[in-house]
Design a protein around this ligand. Structure first.
Ligand code: ARG
Length: 493
């Protein structure tokens, strides 16, 4: 005999364990269990205020709900023979207070609007935690960058030496990327934070519910205008998964770079031991396993996103049970992102940057030849393409000296550069890493003063972004405080 209050009367027959486990969302529902109690409390407060449930019943129920929230939901509620946590909690409440009391909690409500509300509450909390983690990562990048405004390194394109930059400039590039990830994710909150409660199964309900009241108590920005949309839309989940996929893809790029940088033939960075593993057979090994695992996480995220969006494709209006099958993908995707970001921030903060090696490579493989060509343009009014040909030919000849440049210049420009006033001294100065760096002082460039200025504005921006999250959190916690105050009043505690 089924112990599930929902199935009890309507359905007959014992389900096999296979059917039970296929239908039950209990495992994934562990993530929304405490949100479910919050939703119950808000709904009960509203039913009482609207005089749909009497004060005596409300008091008994509210005491049980508050006890569940404070001391934890009893393990029995998670029995996998229940279809979901909503059935589990209602069954426990029925056991404790009897059907005449507990049976009133579900007035004007369906598990369809209930679960949609829980998912939004939990996703909102997870996104807020992720936003804080991104801010911590940005802070680390800014911190390390500020110590390395003058630490030269080669910049790469195609992973080939390209032009000199600084470590500070490089780290600020990632900080910019993560600030965009921050805004994208923050923006999701504007779509997540709407309450489906009151949509009931799909067509709302005939009871005089106060949807605005429950939305406010639960810290939502408002309620969803259309009840069918309310129970069946999961675009907030698609959106968070998409944004987290992008975020982790960017983290993955950075991990890849640190893996390359820590290899014995690059040696730009030495990772702290706690972020590394060794080999069970090769005693010399120190492997960047943390960066590797986090590099792979973007794959898990993309998989979760694709699963979720594909489950939604083709679903007719409104609720369909397929939606339950989306939830594990949502949690699998977004649950560990906060941790991943914090771990990678720690790895970057504790890494030792081998400045000598970076400097050694900064001027190698012709990284400053662009500046030599630019010098020819600036000083002798030669068209850039011609200067590019002259220097390119000298590179091909393997010598960037006056004689070779003169020969090339004769071929491409008709006259020698020395006749125009070029000296070996000027060549050497143009080819120095410092002049290449100092010349690139446009906003966004690697010149130390430019990077310093940029650091200043980025630090201010980060502080403002942190306030955005704090304000959201403050608003939500004020609502929940109000919810608990009212709940204790009803419970006469
Ligand atoms: N556990 C379900 C979910 O996560 C809610 C149950 C709705 N069940 C139903 N038969 N309408 O989506």
């Amino acid at each position: 005999m089924t112990r599930d209050v929902v199935r009890k009367a309507r359905l007959s027959g014992e389900r096999t364990e296979d059917i039970e486990s296929l239908l039950s969302s209990m495992e994934a529902d562990r993530n929304i269990a405490s949100s479910d109690v919050l939703v119950d409390i808000a709904h009960l407060l509203m039913l009482t205020r609207q005089k749909i449930v009497g004060e005596t019943h409300a008091k008994t129920l509210m005491r049980e709900l508050l006890a569940m929230y404070e001391s934890g939901i009893p393990a029995d509620a998670f029995d996998p023979s229940f279809e979901d946590i909503h059935a589990g909690i209602e069954t426990i409440l029925t056991r404790k207070t009897g059907g005449d009391v507990a049976g009133r909690l579900h007035i004007g409500r369906s598990r369809n609007d209930e679960v949609a509300t829980c998912l939004r509450i939990r996703s909102r909390d997870i996104v807020l935690d992720q936003l804080d983690a991104i801010s911590r990562l940005r802070e680390v990048l800014l911190d390390v960058a500020s110590n390395h405004v003058t630490s030269v390194m080669p910049g790469f394109t195609h992973l080939q030496h390209a032009q000199p930059v600084t470590l500070g400039h490089y780290l600020l590039a990632y900080e910019q990327i993560f600030s965009r990830d921050f805004y994208r994710l923050f923006d999701c909150l504007h779509r997540i934070n709407w309450s489906p409660l009151g949509s009931a199964a799909l067509a709302s309900t005939g009871y005089p519910l106060d949807r605005e009241f429950t939305a406010e108590l639960l810290g939502f920005d408002g309620y969803m205008e259309n009840s069918m949309d309310g129970v069946s839309s999961r675009d907030f989940a698609e959106e968070v998964l998409a944004c987290d996929t992008m975020l982790m893809t960017h983290v993955s790029r950075m991990c890849e770079e640190f893996i390359i940088w820590s290899s014995s033939f690059v040696r730009f960075v030495t990772l702290d031991d706690r972020y590394c593993s060794t080999s069970s057979i090769m005693p010399q090994k120190k492997n960047p396993d943390v960066a590797e695992i986090i590099r792979s996480r973007s794959g898990t995220l993309l998989g979760s996103f694709v699963s979720a969006i594909t489950i939604i494709k083709g679903l007719p209006m409104s609720y369909n049970r397929d939606l339950q099958d989306l939830n594990p993908h949502l949690w699998r995707g977004i649950m560990e992102v906060r941790r991943d970001i914090d771990v990678i921030a720690g790895m970057i903060a504790t890494a030792e940057y081998n400045l000598e090696r970076m400097e050694e490579e900064a001027g190698k493989a012709g990284t400053t030849t662009t500046e030599l060509a630019d010098t020819l343009v600036r000083e002798f009014n030669i068209p850039f393409r011609t200067a590019h040909h002259i220097v390119g030919r000298a590179v091909r000849e393997g010598a960037l000296d006056l004689m070779t440049l003169d020969k090339a210049s004769k071929e491409f420009h008709g006259k020698t550069l020395s006749s125009l006033g070029l000296t070996q001294e000027k060549i050497d100065s143009a080819l120095s890493v410092q002049s290449s760096l100092l010349a690139r002082s446009l906003p966004g460039g690697p010149a130390p003063d430019t990077v310093r200025a940029s650091l200043g504005t980025r630090i201010e921006k980060l502080a403002k972004d942190r306030e955005l999250v704090q304000d959201k959190r403050a608003k939500i916690s004020a609502s929940l405080q109000e919810l608990f105050q009212q709940a204790r009043r009803i419970a006469k505690l």
